[in-house]
Design a protein around this ligand. Sequence first.
Ligand SMILES: [Zn+2]
Length: 187
Amino acid sequence: MQLPDDNLLKFVDYFKADRVIVEVNQIVSLFNGQCPEIGCHGIWNVTDQKIEGGVLLITHQCSKGREGVWSSSAVIAEKWGQKLYVSSVLLTSSVLVSGNNFEKGSLLVKGMNLRYVSSSFFIRMQSLYALPSIPDLWSKMKEVVWKVFENDVLVICEDGRMDSPGFSPKYCVYKMMEHYLNIPCQP
Ligand SMILES: [Zn+2]
């Protein structure tokens, strides 16, 4: 099975870009001094800096007039002038796919004063992008899994886990897995 398909390969490339933690001051200092434009003798300055959705945006201007905005992340999509950044998508969706939640993610980054996304931004990203993608991918995977097992006798292992260890449980997660290939099964 080819997962993801060709339409998704550019998003895989976005994902594969290396990322590091950088101190904002270290970056801002790069935007001061001689204007980098060839032949220009103007002085380069930062006129504005902000962090939105975990992305650093620096507005810079040369004393001769040239202006620009630098962002710490590539743009994955643009709609009605609004840019959606790769880092914002990854910051929020990686919390979900690693089995964590917003509070745990926030606590982790708080320990290093790493600027994170707000809870409303997090919820918006989950409901618009991350949550719809998971059942979509899973349904594609299921088609393949069922084909593989089509004419087989299956040995299924099952287990359930309640949200509370002992009393007043509310939610139960029930899983089924093929015994020999360890492939999750779902009717
Ligand atoms: Zn210049």
